[in-house]
Ligand binder design. Structure first.
Ligand code: FEO
Length: 179
């Protein structure tokens, strides 16, 4: 069982995860337009990860007898200056998501809601991983400094990122195998 306040906060987090998916889908499209197919693929993998994050929350709310209320998803930006600009914005966005997860965790602790605290632990770990990945790519892009050959090499590398989350949620988030 979760409180009404926690239920509402988790619903808001679903919205943030779905906005993240939209943002990375937009970056994927922009990468395609730049001829960076590997970047486009990386961002589309990230899109699926964000939908998975949203669906885990969706299922958790149901498992606790709560109610999922879907909120409007804001329009993401469509234009970016460069690959570095996209990853700088990705990291900045993930830092806001980390803050949001931390606030949820604070609420779970305040409410002595141990089940939600344990559930959110997965997201705390995930955010550390995401920020680390983004920082690594930003470092590489800074080293490349716009050099087309370096960019093409990184593009090939990012294109290798496998999709390791389920994409069909009709049987639940665990049905397709978790990452
Ligand atoms: Fe759902 Fe990128 O954190």
């Amino acid at each position: 069982m979760i409180s009404d306040k926690m239920n509402a906060a988790l619903n808001e987090q679903i919205n943030k995860e779905m906005y993240s998916a939209f943002l990375y889908m937009s970056m994927s499209s922009h990468s395609n337009g730049m001829g960076l197919k590997g970047f486009a693929s990386w961002f589309m993998v990230q899109y699926h990860e964000e939908m998975f994050h949203a669906m885990k929350l969706y299922e958790y709310i149901h498992s606790q007898g709560g109610q999922v209320t879907l909120l409007p998803i804001a329009q993401p930006p469509a234009e970016f200056d460069s690959a570095l600009d996209m990853f700088t914005k990705t990291l900045a966005h993930e830092q806001t998501v980390t803050q949001s997860i931390n606030h949820l965790m604070d609420l779970a602790i305040e409410e002595k809601d141990h089940a939600t605290r344990i559930f959110l632990q997965w997201y705390v770990t995930e955010q550390v991983e995401e920020e680390e990945n983004d920082n690594e790519i930003i470092d590489q892009l800074r080293l490349i400094d716009g050099n087309p050959q370096g960019l093409m090499m990184l593009d090939r590398e990012l294109g290798q990122r496998p999709a390791n989350v389920p994409v069909d949620f009709s049987k639940g988030v665990a049905a397709g195998g978790e990452e």
